[in-house]
Design a protein. Sequence first.
Length: 163
Amino acid sequence: MATNASRFKMSQERLDAIKEELHYLETVREKEVSELIKEARSFGDLSENSEYDEAKTEQGKLYSKIAELKVLIENAEIVEKGEEDAPKGAVTLGSIVRVLDVEFDEEETYEIVGSQEANPKEGRISDDSPVGRALHSHRAGDTVSVAAPAGEIKLKILSVENK
């Protein structure tokens, strides 16, 4: 059994998407790559056959990706949006948080998600990220400090929406 540190927090939807991708790679894509290798072999001498080398490289990448997805699935920790024991109105996994960067007077909105669903460009930040950890369990009106490479950032929580 994996320890909590090696678990990957994600929603059931994300786990289902990973399982679907794995199924596709193990069925459709694996057949496609096998056909590429078979076709390249038919060209003759394998020592100078770039098509064969490329197909084998593609096969290696495919097997690596399949192994990576299996590890994610085996170590998935399904998290429900909104933690049961979290104080009402506090930032938790699944919260949508509107913050104000105190220094630059800029507003940002973040959705707090598991590490496998994070996409900062879309405002989805991991609960394990420095900002996610700093915001966790705080409420609207609180100001938190986040240690960043460029120095400390102060964020004032304007609102917390828990689904």
